[in-house]
Design a protein around this ligand. Sequence first.
Ligand SMILES: CC(=O)N[C@H]1[C@@H](OP(=O)(O)OP(=O)(O)OC[C@H]2O[C@@H](n3ccc(=O)[nH]c3=O)[C@H](O)[C@@H]2O)O[C@H](CO)[C@@H](O)[C@@H]1O
Ligand SMILES: C=C(OP(=O)(O)O)C(=O)O
Length: 416
Amino acid sequence: MEKLMIRGGRPLRGTVSISGAKNSAIALLPAAILAESEVRLDNLPHISDVEIYKELLQELGCRVSWQEETLSIDPTGIQSIPMPNGRVKLLRASYYLMGALLGRFGEATIGLPGGCNFEPRPIDQHIKGFEALGAIVTNEHGAIRIKANELRGARIYMDVVSVGATINIMLAAARAKGSTIIENAAKEPEIIDVATLLNAMGAKIKGAGTETIRIEGVDRMHGCRHSIIPDRIQAGTYMIMAAATRGDVLIDNIIPKHMEALTAKLQEMGVHVYEMDESIRVVGQQDYEAVDVKALVYPGFATDLQSPMTSLLTQTTGVSILSDFVYSNRFKHVPELARMGAQIRVEGRSAIVEGGKLNAAKVRASDLRAGAALVVAALTVEEGVTEITGLEYIDRGYERLEEHLRGLGADVWREA
Ligand SMILES: CC(=O)N[C@H]1[C@@H](OP(=O)(O)OP(=O)(O)OC[C@H]2O[C@@H](n3ccc(=O)[nH]c3=O)[C@H](O)[C@@H]2O)O[C@H](CO)[C@@H](O)[C@@H]1O
Ligand SMILES: C=C(OP(=O)(O)O)C(=O)O
């Protein structure tokens, strides 16, 4: 079992360049299925989720090739092959194959998605959307079968603001007959990125990034070239690491506007944060104020940064309350942080975090951001080596993590 070994206590210093966004990449790859010629995606992150998606597209008959950060997808040989089992279960975002195959072929059979299972993650809103577009959806032994004789545009009001359901409905509706209106849509930057790609492929989508998205279905879509937006969660994790280690780090190749909720919270704690056009400099301080954090849908504080933020809040001199209004039980990192000496109590959808020093321990990542939280915590520990297992989760979302951390002066290595 691979372990990440971290001897902490060193302030991170230097520059880190952020890759393309995981949550965009794994929606843009299946979106290419809707095109009838080659789609080229630039700035793609080298992470395991992208590798798995590449293999899924190959299983469906796409020709896929990597050249550094550019992935070319030629969907001319694609078929809607049923995928009830196998790699689809390794990924949360395999659910986008449902919308993309439905849009292209009018049918799809895809196993229920995997990914980070920090709590039950239903897909009822995705199914509600497909049904509204005229599809019949059935559950066949754990796989979702979706079939439509003809996809027709519809007005769909989302009961829950969902990133995945908003994107999935956009994918299916892009080639439906007539117009679709998604109300109460999610507004995350990744949704705008997907709409930008789809429009470059010939779709007619307006309003992405607002709560009302209008899609005029088109008959055919074509290839194009598109550059993926920077990963705001990866960027936020490095901002948090810089603050937690009292370091001085320039986080480069990002969109500072995407970081506003985190930037404001760090400043409230007493961290010095300087925004530039495409980068942010984070200068840590010795003393931090306790703060309360509420994870919400965008543009609120991202739930995906809630776990790493929990580790940072152990570095304050008071009691902070961190509540997650997106995932009420996303606290699997808390017992592991407790092994490192953290004083954290979970009450309902909140973690109550008391400031104090952490110590080295053997801990396990139970999901991607829980893993990021453990890395943040380990970097603050002044004596000894922290051993983190569960690296398959961390590798889902952080490109070249050890290399980046070593470049910033951290003492980090991987052991088999
Ligand atoms: C691949 C990807 O992009 N993953 C991100 C995406 O996940 P994902 O798209 O799966 O998350 P959603 O935005 O759909 O989930 C938001 C909330 O809605 C609920 N819900 C969702 C769908 C549904 O059909 N029914 C329902 O009740 C969920 O349980 C959750 O409480 O957005 C999350 C929220 O920002 C992030 O944590 C994930 O990193
Ligand atoms: C929960 C996450 O990812 P996924 O939805 O792909 O499991 C995440 O990126 O924090």
